[in-house]
Ligand binder design. Structure first.
Ligand SMILES: O=C(O)CCC(=O)C(=O)O
Length: 284
């Protein structure tokens, strides 16, 4: 008897009839099947006279399982991070928060904001011209072409930039002959997804990026594999907050296998300067 009572409990044999709903209220989700039965009939799945095999739920794997968008990882601690390994090589970033002392960084930010020859590049596409949402300037003996526009040579390094180049060369063990400076005037300024993979940078370039001023998020996303046909929806993503005085070094296959951007922000942001030291080779 005890065994029969236990089985009845397990099979839901004692489940009571659902309580009456107040008029005008919707049926709870999942109740639709029973409300489709004509009044006074019992749905087949509740009837004890049905053979057991008909009551069993048959699991069929859906042909298209919904893919989840992976959550972005965050890199905000000092260190060296291997982002990926591929036939192209290892993609690696080094994060050095506090590379500059905050007071020195304040002073440098003010000097560079005032003194650098900031300009706004304009593109023309299909008869429509549009300006980049940030200001830029270029230092180096060689010209640099990116996004279809050429920055003319500018060999007269500002003394603050020359000093920073030397310090970063000591830390990274690399030498640089060029510098792209970006000024994000407010939260409305940005740089869209791209990689620094112009031929003039050579294979696997090492790029050292120093940030001054307001903190902005540097986002990275892995380039999709051939099979994904350019679909970036499910790729790996990273967020790296870059604050006043932080140095970020990208190296190895990072430009070949990943893209980066600095998106606009919804909340107000003061100005930010970003300095990306690079090595450019003369075009042959
Ligand atoms: O502002 C930054 O941190 C990134 C700048 C950048 O992507 C670039 O100069 O290529």
């Amino acid at each position: 008897m005890a065994e029969r009572r236990r089985q009845a409990r397990v099979q839901g044999g004692w489940a009571s009839a659902p309580a009456a709903r107040p008029p005008g209220t919707a049926a709870p989700k999942g109740a639709a099947a029973s409300s489709l039965c004509p009044a006074g009939t019992t749905p087949a799945w509740m009837r004890k006279d049905q053979p057991h095999s008909q009551k069993q739920f048959v699991f069929e794997k859906p042909s298209q399982v919904e893919r989840r968008v992976p959550e972005a990882g965050v890199i905000d601690k000092p260190g060296v991070y291997e982002l990926s390994t591929a036939p192209t090589g290892i993609s690696r970033v080094h994060l050095v928060p506090g590379f500059l002392d905050p007071q020195q960084a304040d002073w440098m930010f003010e000097q560079l904001l005032q003194d650098l020859p900031w300009g706004r590049r304009a593109h023309r596409r299909q008869e429509v011209s549009f300006e980049e949402p940030r200001l830029t300037c270029w230092y180096g003996e060689l010209p640099y072409t990116y996004s279809g526009l050429t920055m003319q040579p500018n060999p007269e390094w500002h003394p603050v930039l020359a000093m920073l180049k030397e310090r970063i060369e000591e830390v990274s063990g690399c030498s640089f002959n060029s510098l792209l400076c970006n000024l994000y005037r407010s939260e409305k300024d940005s740089v869209d997804w791209h990689s620094d993979a112009e031929p003039a940078l050579g294979a696997n370039p090492l790029i050292a990026s120093l940030s001054l001023g307001a903190t902005r998020t540097f986002e990275m996303r892995k380039k999709p594999s051939m099979e994904e046909n350019g679909d970036y929806r499910f790729v790996e993503r990273l967020r790296i907050p870059l604050d006043h005085g932080t140095l970020l070094i990208m190296e190895g296959a990072t430009q070949e296998d990943w893209q980066h951007r600095v998106p606009k922000e919804y909340h107000s942001r003061a100005a930010r300067i970003n300095l990306t030291f690079r090595t450019i080779y003369p075009e042959t």
